[in-house]
Design a protein around this ligand. Structure first.
Ligand SMILES: Nc1ncnc2c1ncn2[C@@H]1O[C@H](COP(=O)(O)OP(=O)(O)OP(=O)(O)O)[C@@H](O)[C@H]1O
Ligand SMILES: [Mg+2]
Length: 286
């Protein structure tokens, strides 16, 4: 190659390099701008989280304190510590007590949901036996089912099943399933069962002979505030948070929830959980 050719080639190379440098500088500026934006977003997220935490503490204090006093004062009135009540007064106080309980449950559900979302729910795993979980649940529901037309049965699992998980969360998931099953079943039976699946998981199921759920609603049931518009629903209150909380708790425990149902026949809600909770599950079960 001749000298002038070489010079010409060098010049093009230099021009290319200059163009590349310019492009790089531009990209750099872009990256810097993006970083600044990311910082902004992170700050906004921190603020939002801060707000959620503040909301949580307000809610627990400002809402729960008066509710607790209402519960204890109605308890005192009903136990006649402050003198007799007429039949009508007794009904009214019972009504206040019932509404207070409903409101307390609603506040507790909302609080749990907000805690999950703010990442402030802690899982405290320990070893427990399934028979103990079932007998605690049986005790909890005894006063509710003893007088009704629906029976509640627990199928004791074969052999002893031990779980390393958060028993309070597992119990809360099952309580939500059972109270729904009792709510949406007018006659027949609600049955709670458990079985081992795939060696390292346990599946709890709550089966009822209630109103059932149409296929088009099955997908959305586990989302926040979803309630199905059926005649029975209109007589029953609730916020539509029970199942969404159950799903979130199951996921926190490394498991998942599901449902099978047929209108008019009944439903089967299940939760599958690992027998041993892992602090940082790779994928969960799903
Ligand atoms: N066992 C069941 N049989 C029929 N429908 C059910 C059953 N369980 C849940 N559902 C339907 O799913 C909806 C959502 O249930 P979810 O527990 O989330 O809310 P809820 O019971 O209405 O209110 P909450 O649990 O907050 O008091 C219910 O309103 C009901 O329409
Ligand atoms: Mg419910």
């Amino acid at each position: 190659m001749s000298a002038p050719d070489l010079v010409a080639q060098l010049a093009t190379c230099q021009a290319d390099i200059a163009a590349l440098r310019e492009e790089l500088e531009e990209t750099n500026k872009g990256v810097v701008a993006l970083y600044a934006e990311l910082d902004d977003k992170a700050a906004q997220l921190r603020d939002a989280n801060e707000l959620k935490s503040r909301f949580l503490s307000y809610m627990s204090h400002e809402f729960r304190t008066p509710l607790t006093s209402m519960t204890s004062i109605t308890g005192i009135l009903l136990s006649r510590l402050d003198g007799p009540l007429t039949e009508e007064q007794q009904k009214q106080v019972e009504f206040i007590r019932g509404s207070t309980r409903e409101l307390t449950e609603m506040v507790n559900d909302l609080l749990d949901l907000a805690k999950v979302e703010a990442g402030r729910i802690t899982i405290s795993p320990e070893w427990f036996e399934m028979v103990d979980l079932f007998s605690a649940l049986r005790g909890m529901f005894k006063p509710i089912v003893s007088s009704g037309t629906v029976s509640l049965a627990f199928d004791e699992p074969e052999g002893e099943i031990k779980l390393y998980s958060d028993d309070k969360k597992v119990s809360q998931i099952l309580r939500n399933f059972i109270s729904n099953a009792l709510k949406f079943t007018q006659r027949g039976e609600v049955r709670v069962s458990a079985r081992l699946v795939e060696d390292d998981q346990v599946e709890f199921a709550v089966t009822d002979t209630g109103i059932g759920i149409a296929p088009e609603h099955l997908q959305t049931l586990f989302s926040d505030f979803v309630q199905i518009n059926v005649p029975l629903q209109k007589q029953l209150r609730g916020t539509g948070l029970g199942l969404s909380l159950a799903r979130k708790f199951a996921e926190l425990l490394g498991g998942r929830v599901g449902v099978e149902s047929e209108v008019g026949q009944g439903s089967r809600f299940w939760v599958r959980l690992p027998l041993r909770f892992h602090e940082n599950p790779q994928t969960g079960l799903s």
